[in-house]
Design a protein around this ligand. Structure first.
Ligand code: SF4
Length: 404
């Protein structure tokens, strides 16, 4: 099987693919995670939803146990219905690891999730992302060159202080690798407190011995965890803006702040505002407002509860008939929860919230296209994290798993 290693900008990459033509089959590895998707063959574009569904049913029957389909909670209905496992990114990686007999893991999610699945899966397993344009705007906000530059400046400004880098699961493999080789760990929205506690706990007590931590790429998850769960004040959290000299902070602030937050955010969760909660409480007295910790601090403190997508599911599942929930997360999950619990009212906290446009890239036609290629003996859209990135990123992921 051919391997095409691409570097440089997207236009160059598309030119290269064009020169090779439609006959290319194999896997594509790209520096810096740039997305590259060949256009779908006309056949798939013309098919009706019923034809797509019939095709996927048939393809799954042919591929049988060789295939596992993983579906993130934010995927649309026409995709998630085919998932063998549903969940958040970390749960899905663990689910995949529990099926070592499967040769192909189709990850219906976004790029960083498929990268993590590739790093954590067995060597014989191939991870496939149905649409390579399915990235994550938050992960893209922490470019590795900017991160390396910031790190050097921080080591200089904070000489004598030990800084532990922590990255949210929603980050590119090269950022996880940076964290791994600099003594840090990955975290999820479920275990962020545990991992941040570990970073600041003395080595003799089993921690990493950091005087401060640098949290990537979501400032909101970092701030919400530090302030609401670890007892830090808002003033103790300093934001590093990669577009400003010295992150836009004075040397004194950088030295004194125990929590340094990379200036990144989720474009979906950033749309929820405190006023949405006020409106909801006015319209639905007694409503339970639950939001994702990628929302701003102002939204999270006003909500009744907050947590990962798994926790949001559990909160609604634990409700009673007649309960009203207003949920601050991606709309596909909210709509699905409303369907699954028809005796409860499940509303989106912001009636005008948009879908995650990158998650939305994965659709039935792309899913059928990758499956039919597998049947024909071609692995398209395989995600492979090259070495040494994979091993270094695994260090950071393994530290998270050890911490719990
Ligand atoms: S919802 Fe936000 S964090 Fe999740 S994939 Fe979309 S942009 Fe990224």
């Amino acid at each position: 099987m051919a391997t095409l290693q691409l570097q440089g900008d997207l236009a160059t990459a598309f030119d290269k693919i064009h020169q090779i033509g439609d006959g290319f089959s194999g896997h594509i590895t790209m520096e810096r995670g740039a997305a590259l998707q060949v256009p779908l063959p006309e056949k798939y574009v013309r098919m009706t939803p019923d034809e797509i569904a019939a095709g996927i049913t048939q393809a799954r029957a042919i591929l049988g146990e060789r295939l596992v389909v993983l579906g993130h909670h934010y995927q649309r209905e026409e995709v998630i219905r085919w998932a063998d496992f549903r969940g958040d990114s970390f749960k899905l990686c663990k689910d995949a690891a529990a099926r070592p007999e499967a040769e192909f893991l189709i990850f219906c999610g976004v790029h960083f999730m498929a990268e993590s699945a590739d790093i954590l899966s067995a060597p014989h397993q191939k991870v496939i992302l149905p649409d390579l344009h399915a990235g994550c705007s938050m992960a893209d906000m922490a470019d590795i060159d900017q991160v390396e530059e910031a790190w050097e400046s921080l080591l200089e400004a904070c000489a004598g202080q030990k800084i532990i880098p922590i990255t949210y699961m929603n980050s590119a493999a090269n950022l996880k690798a940076f964290v791994g080789r600099n003594g840090g760990a990955v975290c999820t929205s479920s275990n962020a407190k545990k991992i941040m506690d570990w970073a600041l706990t003395p080595v003799e007590q089993g921690g990493a011995g950091g005087e401060k931590l640098l949290f990537f790429p979501d400032q909101h998850l970092g701030r919400n965890t530090a302030v609401l769960e670890m007892g830090f004040s808002l003033e103790q959290c300093a934001v590093w803006d990669p577009h400003q000299d010295m992150g836009g902070q004075s040397e004194e602030t950088l030295r004194s702040a125990p929590i340094l937050l990379w200036k990144g955010h989720c474009s979906v969760h950033g749309t929820f505002m405190p006023i949405h909660i006020d409106n909801m409480r006015r319209q639905h007295p007694g409503v339970h407002v639950v939001v994702h910790p990628e929302c701003t601090y102002e939204v999270v403190v006003k909500a009744d509860s907050y947590g990962s997508t798994e926790k949001i599911r559990q909160i609604i599942a634990a409700g009673k008939p007649g309960d009203v929930f207003a949920v601050g997360t991606e709309i596909n999950l909210v709509s699905r929860l409303a369907l699954e619990y028809p005796d409860r009212t499940v509303l989106s906290l912001n009636p005008n919230v948009c879908v995650c446009s990158t998650m939305y890239r994965v659709d039935g036609p792309h899913l059928l296209w990758v499956m039919e290629n597998l049947i024909a003996g071609r692995v398209v859209n395989q995600i492979i994290v090259p070495e040494p990135t994979a091993s270094e990123a695994k260090l950071a992921l393994d530290r998270m798993l050890q911490i719990g």
